[in-house]
Design a protein around this ligand. Structure first.
Ligand SMILES: NC(=O)c1ccc[n+]([C@@H]2O[C@H](COP(=O)([O-])OP(=O)(O)OC[C@H]3O[C@@H](n4cnc5c(N)ncnc54)[C@H](O)[C@@H]3O)[C@@H](O)[C@H]2O)c1
Length: 434
């Protein structure tokens, strides 16, 4: 296997050494924005790049390992999969479930392996605990996974971990994936019951507590803490129905900082190679865990759970006019199903139509858009431009041109046209659940 490693920061050396130890594996290429980090590795036939797209275009890798900041995982993985290159991606697979789904879809579309590197699932102590647990998992009264550390002792030179835009959050998105995957290894698929986020500083949670339930009804608690003064605790406690308590300490016997990672990253690489050899495209628990983390953020922030993904549309025709006597009329429908590839017209109004048959006169025309994925447009959905500006919320549908297209009527505080919105053909406009 000819590997490329994308991102040469704090965790990459564990992969680089695992590649060295792995038979029939070579380091074909490395990439980092910072050329100083690639310099020492650019020898013995290893090529160095500062742009991962150039690395992919060079065609020298069978697989890439993504050790980039979280917000870059999706774009790099999809680019690699589209180039037919297998992907082993650090956790979290992505920052949002929408990104994770697109990555998983790219793997299936291209028939290429996408794999999430959950290193703790290969920890000897975790695997010993799995063996020691009763086969009948319903005999486990409670499982607690703890991940306690001081994040400042774990980050590399760049402080993206402390930037929610790039990290996706705090301890929940950082340590949640490994902790949740460990629970998954022990008791199977999980459903979120509740989540609490605490010690929130500058929008980042330093403490998170999750309550979950396994398919067999095992209550699982995940406790994450990024603000320990120093040192770390990474363990699992299983309380059995008969009162027995079993514990696995992931760091037991690994006294040097991060020394357990050696055998864990060997485990990742061996498993990844097996997945590639078997031609598997599914990324295991990767997407499921991104979803659990997203649900936990929503629950912890007291947000309503989302019922659909944002739908992307592409502007295919601009419109520039307004009217104060258009005479549209709202249809009786509160939702409309739209397939990928359908084209509909976006019309803004400052009128406030409330129900079927209401007349709409004051209108501004934005243009026609093509839906990039199937969706259900609903009253109250927000319509947002690519730069995040809110155009307004869906007030309903006028069907005077149907079946050619719907006029999607958007209640707004002003009449938008393609000119005032400064949009161009090809721009993205999104429908986001309101
Ligand atoms: N550090 C750990 O202990 C640890 C453990 C498990 C998983 N991870 C995961 O590994 C990933 C990387 O974490 P890290 O701690 O090594 O981060 P890091 O900041 O130390 O390293 C990231 C590297 O990526 C480079 N980079 C950033 N954007 C780039 C781009 N567009 N193209 C090329 N290079 C780019 C940076 O220059 C940097 O060298 C994260 O997803 C993290 O969650 C880290």
């Amino acid at each position: 296997m000819r590997y490329g490693v994308l991102g040469l920061g704090a965790i990459a050396p564990y992969f680089l050494k695992a590649i060295e130890r792995c038979p029939h594996s070579t380091l074909a290429a490395v990439c980092d924005l910072d050329p100083a980090k690639t310099e020492s590795l650019a020898k013995d036939g290893t090529l160095a790049f500062t742009d991962y797209r150039e690395l992919l275009a060079a065609g020298v890798c069978d697989a890439v390992i993504i050790t980039l900041p979280n917000h870059v995982h999706a774009e790099a993985a999809i680019a690699a999969l589209d180039a037919g290159v297998a992907v082993c991606c650090e956790k979290p697979l992505a920052v949002t479930s929408a990104e994770a789904s697109r990555m998983a879809a790219a793997a299936v579309r291209t028939g290429t392996t996408l794999f999430t590197a959950f290193h703790r699932r290969y920890n000897h102590h975790l695997l010993a605990l799995r063996e020691a647990l009763p086969e009948d998992r319903s005999q486990i009264a409670k499982l607690t996974v703890r991940y306690h550390e001081n994040i400042l002792e774990h980050i590399g030179g760049d402080r993206w971990y402390l930037d929610p835009e790039r990290c996706g959050g705090g301890c929940l998105i950082d340590n949640g994936p490994n902790a949740l995957d460990m629970a998954h290894v022990l008791v199977g698929g999980l459903t979120l019951v509740g989540a609490r986020l605490a010690d929130v500083r500058a929008g980042i949670e330093y403490v998170a507590e999750l309550d979950l339930m396994s398919q067999d009804g095992v209550p699982v608690r995940v406790e994450l803490d990024w603000a320990l003064t120093t040192g770390e605790t990474k363990d699992v406690v299983a309380e059995l129905a008969d009162g027995t308590v079993l514990r696995a300490d992931m760091l037991e016997g690994f006294t040097a900082f991060k020394s357990s990672l050696r055998h864990e990253y060997d485990g990742i690489l061996a498993d990844f190679r097996d997945q590639v050899a078997a031609g598997r495209t599914s990324c295991g628990t990767g997407v499921e865990i991104v979803r659990l983390v997203e649900d936990a953020y929503a629950a912890g922030r007291g947000e309503r759970r989302r019922s659909k993904l944002p739908a992307r549309t592409k502007v295919v025709r601009l419109l520039f006019h307004t009217s104060d006597k258009r005479g549209m009329s709202l249809s009786e429908w509160g939702t409309r199903c739209v397939s990928a590839g359908e084209i509909h017209e976006l019309v803004t109004t400052t009128d406030r139509p409330r129900g079927a048959g209401d007349r709409i006169d004051a209108v501004g025309f934005l243009g026609f858009v093509e839906f990039q994925e199937g969706t259900v447009i609903a009253l109250g959905d927000e319509v947002r431009l690519a730069d995040g500006r809110l155009v307004g919320t869906v007030a309903g549908f006028d069907e005077c041109h149907f079946p050619n297209h719907y006029n999607v009527v958007i209640a707004s505080d002003r009449l938008w046209t393609a000119t005032s919105a400064a949009i161009r053909p090809g721009d993205e406009i999104r429908f986001v659940e309101g």
